[in-house]
Design a protein around this ligand. Sequence first.
Ligand code: PPS
Length: 289
Amino acid sequence: MQMTMKYFTYKGVNFSTVSYSEECLSFAENEFKVLDDDVYIVTYPKSGTNWMIEILSLLRTKGDPTWCNTVPIWLRSPWYETLEGQSQIKDVIVPRVLTSHLPFHIFAKSFFTSKAKIIYILRNPKDILVSLFHFSKILCLYKDPENFQELFEDFLQGNVLYNSWFDHVKGWMQMKDNNKFFFITYEELHEDLRSSVVRICEFLGKDLDESQIDLVVKHASFNAMKENKMSNYSVIPQDFMDQTKGSFMRKGITGDWKNYFTVAQNTYFDKVYQEKMKDLNIKFFWEQS
Ligand code: PPS
């Protein structure tokens, strides 16, 4: 039976009543204590969050997959703003790698006076929309849209969990010149995972040799993660994520939007994109062709 999921807003941002409360969001914003050696993976949903968790897990073990193969991905790097995440954090190995989908304006205040680092991942929003369309059918947090057009409109209006992709990106890009902040696109990871891993190591000050980097690349591949039951969400309860209706590790490709968008939808999306992003002086990977 499909239940109608209820959203509530915290400081103008949509959250689901499953996994979030006013109190846990206020705690995440105002009281959560960021540690100087923390690393945060921050993303708009469906941008490659779990891919980065896997990469950073493997960097910690210098390419040895044992930890990734034995501990669920969400326990290795919990979402610090969720109810579940806040109870899991006490068991996280230090130095902590934590995850968040929060927009810039409600991120942990203590981050800004700490030495902690952020890795922000971006992805072509057209592919995010397609990924989200499928994910909405399997994760209980989301309203399941009637059809693609309904989600298409909601996405462009920011009438979705975590609100507008445009606002998320523009908010976080205020940090782009800060040396505690590193951003990379899903498309760059996809095109050249090895050199992306090398750049991530440089940002984090990690010193892995060539063969260790090769192991990270091997075990963070789409197929390796899809096969790894600790990373493919097959061990999560079905009433939370129902993978009989689709896979979390769905396709892992770039440009899948071309299989979903009509010509009219694409033209409209581009128009909204250009209008919303016109003041941001960055050309992203997917805009270059
Ligand atoms: S979530 O639910 O917001 O945390 O989702 P997120 O992890 O950000 O994004 C899920 C999409 O990332 C794809 N993915 C990968 N692609 C390539 N390689 C690897 N290793 C990989 N791991 C995850 C995953 O398949 C989702 O994208 P789609 O387009 O749906 O396949």
